[in-house]
Design a protein around this ligand. Structure first.
Ligand code: F42
Length: 147
């Protein structure tokens, strides 16, 4: 996927630096959320508007090899851009989890299935519950499975 698209670093310095450290260390560094130590993965996706390659750190919420990508954006009123990218290009997504990098396909989850993943997400990273309190937006969850 990477050979077809031009990489555009995140506009967030924190996210951009974390991606650089994660990738340059082969996943050995930059692989936790800075003040909680909770593991982090890197999502690579294709821009919904620019068709550029985008890379974003998110919390590792995983069960049985399936990953839940929680579009919390700190509880802001709007979904993160990466969420729009994944919805627009669900088959042009990679995950890096530590040293492992692999292609995934993503899909949104709703209802009971979403509730189960939400509970797992909050038990992994309790701040998600605080973020949901901050906004009327229901924080979307996308499920990523290996291709
Ligand atoms: N964010 C989460 O939402 N969930 C998490 O679990 C999470 C964990 C996490 C852990 C560590 C860390 O350092 C950051 C973490 N973040 C988490 C923050 C996350 O990395 C992102 O910074 C945040 O979610 C915002 O994502 P964003 O995609 O909105 O990024 C902004 C900063 C950005 O890069 N904006 C670009 C810009 O130029 O303004 C545009 C990016 C883009 O993808 N544009 C698309 C395109 O076509 O190129 C269009 C997208 C559209 O909206 O159509």
């Amino acid at each position: 996927m990477a050979e077809e698209y031009q990489y555009e670093p995140s506009a967030s310095p924190r996210a951009r630096e974390q991606v650089e450290l994660y990738e340059s260390s082969g996943g050995a560094q930059g692989n936790t959320q800075r003040d909680t130590g909770v593991p982090v993965i890197i999502i690579t996706c294709v821009g919904a508007k620019t068709n550029k390659l985008r890379k974003t750190p998110v919390i590792k919420v995983e069960s049985g090899g399936i990953y839940a990508l929680v579009a919390s954006r700190g509880g802001s009123p709007n979904n993160p851009h990466w969420y729009h990218n994944l919805v627009a290009n669900p088959d042009k997504v990679k995950i890096q989890d530590g040293p492992d990098r692999f292609d995934v396909t993503v899909r949104a989850v709703e209802g009971k299935e979403r509730d189960i993943w939400w509970d797992h997400a909050v038990s992994t990273f309790p701040r998600y519950a605080e973020y949901q309190e901050k906004t009327d937006r229901q924080i979307p969850i996308l499920i990523a499975t290996r291709r």
